[in-house]
Design a binder for this molecule. Structure first.
Ligand SMILES: [Zn+2]
Length: 278
């Protein structure tokens, strides 16, 4: 096998040990703890993938200000994509050379069952998203980019709800439950060392199986239906290219190109911030 390139999109709320926003937002001691836990899971994914034969890593920081890791501490000589205003947002850095996508530290959707710190992109704006009629979280939306680049989602980690929500779109992926959410702010969690062992083992298997894992199961043309919290937000969202207003508080994006659908969704998340006021 020639080089195997892994793209890792990592979030933070689905990491074992994290149950509170204070662990996910700088500055402060809880945040320092949170980012150590996050680094541990990202590095575990890299270590496992290296053992499986992966040779190259691109890590895209997808949480908050998207600058949560100490780059020097990243394993695998990984490229680290950090910082704000990235056109492909949680999937920045994806391209057709990527052999497999890992989603680490992911969390449940805003509309789904209780999941620690659940939301779908912006919790002040978005109240529900469906992809081809199926309720989805960020993992399903982001899988549009994997499909566009002809790469499988080969690994996902998070709580039990995160895994359930990903199933319709990439059921062949390695799936690691690192915590069982009890409510949106409580979970029964694996010890971080056990969570890392599980992630590393799954990452290794994901690379070994990569040729047999299909690209995301999303029928084209793809359609995203997005419910918003207010009519103003839906109105503003409809100014974005490719977005159609479908109701007082809802819009839809539909098209044959999954990347174009995702780009329009990113446009919605940016432009609706101006209508956020409460
Ligand atoms: Zn996040």
């Amino acid at each position: 096998m020639t080089g195997v390139r892994i793209f890792i999109s990592f979030d933070m709320e689905g990491v074992a040990g994290i149950v509170d926003w204070s662990q996910c937002r700088a500055p402060g001691q809880p945040y320092e703890e949170g980012r150590r836990l996050l680094l541990g899971e990202v590095n575990a994914a890299i270590d496992g993938a290296l053992r499986g034969g992966a040779t190259e890593f691109v890590c895209n920081d997808s949480h908050g200000a998207m600058n949560n890791l100490d780059p020097e501490q990243l394993h695998g000589r990984a490229t680290y994509i950090a910082g704000r205003h990235k056109p492909l947002y949680m999937m920045e850095g994806m391209d057709s050379d990527v052999d497999a996508v890992f989603l680490i530290g992911y969390h449940g959707s805003i509309s789904g069952d209780s999941s620690v710190l659940s939301h779908t992109y912006n919790p002040s704006v978005i109240s529900k998203v469906t992809l081809n009629g199926v309720e989805c979280g960020e993992s399903g939306i982001n899988a549009l980019v994997a499909l566009a680049c002809d790469a499988p989602v080969a690994l996902i980690s998070g709580d039990q709800q995160t895994i359930t929500e990903g199933d319709p779109f990439f059921k062949e992926a390695e799936r690691v439950v690192v915590k069982e959410s009890i409510t949106r702010f409580a979970a029964s969690q694996l010890h971080p060392l056990d969570a890392r062992d599980k992630i590393a083992g799954a990452a290794r298997r994901a690379v070994e199986r990569v040729a047999s894992i299909p690209v995301p199961d999303i029928t084209l043309p793809a359609r995203l239906d997005v419910d918003m919290r207010t009519a103003d937000m839906a109105g503003v969202a409809s100014w974005v290219k490719g977005v159609e207003r479908t109701g007082i508080r809802s819009v839809a994006i539909e098209g044959p190109d999954p990347l174009a659908v995702y780009r329009s969704f990113v446009g919605i998340t940016y432009i609706t911030r101006v209508a956020e006021g409460r």
